[in-house]
Design a protein around this ligand. Structure first.
Ligand code: AMP
Length: 310
């Protein structure tokens, strides 16, 4: 089934201990669509400015992403600048220029309104609800958010969460949103506001799933080369929600598999700057890393009396 994604298209300037790029192609909708396109057709709604080269869309086009919902507005494209230290978990935002994103009012094309799966990437929670108002009756609504909205628009965000089935955020955002330092209790608090499924991303420590009272933990894949974590969260969401849209089943077993595929896509994306690793990625590589994940997490049942001495 097709996924509708609404989010940002950006020029990112990123510095990590392993290199830097200036005005590279980025944005939450961009990363999400590229990752999800390995599993299911994607329909994108976003805005770019007049400075956005047509050639920057070639990759998404080559992946079959439907770009009819991409608006071109007078003005400059959204820009984000960030820096990472050796602890690659946390981006330090150096600069955010909303530009055309400031006046963005998502218009969902008529052909997209029947989308069965919707991903609301990180945008103003009022706009996220505006997107939901324009779609018919999705079977799954997944969403992301960030500290900017948790502090800036907490009430609007809570109203959005009431209509969200699956929230995919990081651990710091989970604590901040719930106002509770313990992740287990924070998950319960957020569950009560709406999302039946909560995915808590923990960077190089993997991800936790809280699915209607049940916990599942996915590790992060141990990779030797990490160059740029930008977009890891969105690629995680792309792999996870992309697989759910393909399966169109949302039971615990399927959601667990989706979590692992999210981790797989994030683990590839961090190997290079911008979307570069996704450009060369193949489905055979995705399947091989999924199998490697299975080996990474697998262990046998404890034999009887293993804890008895003598
Ligand atoms: P992540 O997957 O969390 O690393 O997201 C990285 C992407 O989010 C970058 O490509 C940025 O362009 C984009 N981004 C950063 N800040 C914002 C924001 N306030 N609104 C929308 N997108 C953003």
């Amino acid at each position: 089934m097709s996924i509708l994604v609404v989010g940002s298209m950006a020029f990112d300037s990123v510095k990590t201990p392993f290199g830097e790029v200036t005005e590279a192609l980025g944005g939450s909708a961009n990363y999400f669509s590229a990752a999800a396109s390995f599993f299911t057709p994607v329909r994108l709604v976003a805005v770019v400015g007049r400075d956005f080269p047509e050639s920057h869309l070639d990759f998404l086009r080559s992946r079959g992403v439907d770009l009819r919902g991409l608006e071109r507005a007078p003005g400059k494209t959204f820009r984000w600048a960030g820096e990472y230290g050796y602890a690659l978990n946390e981006a330090k935002t150096l600069d955010t220029q909303l530009n055309v994103f400031a006046d963005f009012a998502p218009k969902i094309p008529e052909d997209y309104r029947d989308s069965e799966v919707v991903f609301l990437a990180n945008i103003d929670p009022d706009l996220q609800r505006e997107v939901l108002r324009q779609v018919r009756k999705p079977a799954l609504v997944a969403a992301d958010t960030m500290n900017y909205w948790i502090t800036g628009k907490p009430e609007a965000l809570k109203r959005t969460l009431a209509a969200v089935d699956m929230l995919i955020i990081n651990d710091a955002e989970t604590r901040q949103l719930a106002g509770e330092p313990n992740l287990v209790q924070a998950a319960r608090i957020i569950r009560a506001w709406g999302p039946k499924v909560l995915v808590i991303k923990r960077g190089e420590y993997g991800a936790l799933l809280y699915n209607d009272g049940e916990w599942f933990a996915a590790p992060a894949f141990p990779i030797e080369v990490v160059r740029d974590p930008t977009g890891a969260g969105d690629c995680f969401a792309g792999g996870c929600v992309g697989y759910l849209a393909r399966a169109m089943r949302f039971d615990d077993i399927t959601v667990r598999k989706a979590m692992i595929l999210g981790s797989v896509m994030a683990s590839f994306n961090v190997e290079a700057f911008s979307l570069d690793r996704l450009r060369t990625l193949t489905t055979a590589e995705i399947e091989a890393r999924f199998r490697a994940f299975r080996r990474l997490c697998h262990f046998e049942e404890l034999e009887p009396r293993a804890t008895e001495v003598g």
